[in-house]
Write a protein that binds this ligand. Structure first.
Ligand SMILES: [Zn+2]
Ligand SMILES: [Zn+2]
Length: 258
């Protein structure tokens, strides 16, 4: 089943496992060093109560491309169902001006974060930042787009403009696809799948898709040859967002998840 007219899209839900060289130059004097580490290194800190008693999620967007309220609600439920934070999870929404220079490279997405992020990890409160981008990814082509990328230990970009564009003929798909993207990228921050090579279930890492899950029904599944069409048709028919299957869930629980 096609959802987007004659365009067959390959959709990327990506992560940046290897930090670029600029990330390696952080010094102990960097005030934001706790939030400038490689992807997956804060998985236990996000999930468990061992070192951080509370979690703050900062959602940053522009007035041009605001996330759907139902997507944010689903994202909140997803996080609150997983993280063990006796001090609670706080969500802060902030509107910033449209960012110029789109389409954006991941280096530009990092610069936007550096200029606009307002909540950083401090004391026993861990901070996560999500930017809903008013521009597309620079790596998009006519037949492949990136919907989201987890690119630092506590940083996610959601390509909101792209999400709205590819769902314009089926707007009811938008909240499902948006929430799936949010939850999927958050799964990468939580270390899935085996991003730091420390998952207890290493067998479910997809040998054909770096740091994704081999189970087709799992939130962390990714088939580079056509997940967009498969995932969209399947989950939009079900009107549901994919869940974490048992091995991914147990990997999180081994790191302190509820
Ligand atoms: Zn992914
Ligand atoms: Zn899985």
């Amino acid at each position: 089943m096609r959802y987007f007219g004659t365009i067959s899209l390959i959709i990327f839900l990506t992560m940046m496992v290897h930090s670029c060289s600029s990330d390696d130059t952080t010094t102990p004097s960097d005030p934001n060093i706790e939030n400038n580490r490689p992807l997956g290194t804060s998985a236990s800190d996000i999930l468990s109560s061992d070192d951080f008693n509370s979690l703050t999620i900062e959602l940053v967007y522009t007035n041009s491309f605001r996330p759907e309220a139902s997507s944010i609600l689903g994202f909140k439920n997803f996080i609150q169902g997983l993280v063990n934070k006796p001090g609670g999870v706080q969500f802060i929404e902030r509107v910033i001006a449209d960012q110029g220079g789109a389409p954006f490279s991941i280096e530009e997405i990092r610069s936007i974060e550096d200029a606009n992020r307002s909540v950083y990890t401090e004391g026993d409160n861990l901070a996560v930042y999500v930017f809903f981008s008013n521009g597309a990814s620079e790596s998009d082509t006519n037949n492949s787009v990136t919907l989201g990328t987890a690119y630092r230990n506590t940083s996610i970009v959601i390509y909101q403009k792209t999400l709205e564009f590819i769902t314009q003929t089926e707007p009811e798909v938008l909240p499902i696809l948006e929430q799936t993207t949010l939850n999927h990228e958050m799964g990468h921050l939580m270390g899935l799948v085996n991003i730091q090579n420390d998952d207890i279930h290493q067998v479910h890492e997809d040998p054909d898709s770096n740091k994704h899950c081999v189970h087709e029904d799992c939130l962390m599944y990714y088939d580079a040859t056509g997940v967009g069409r498969q995932m969209l048709s399947k989950w939009t028919q079900l009107r549901a967002v994919p869940q974490l299957e048992i091995q991914c869930l147990q990997d999180l629980q081994a790191k302190g998840a509820l």
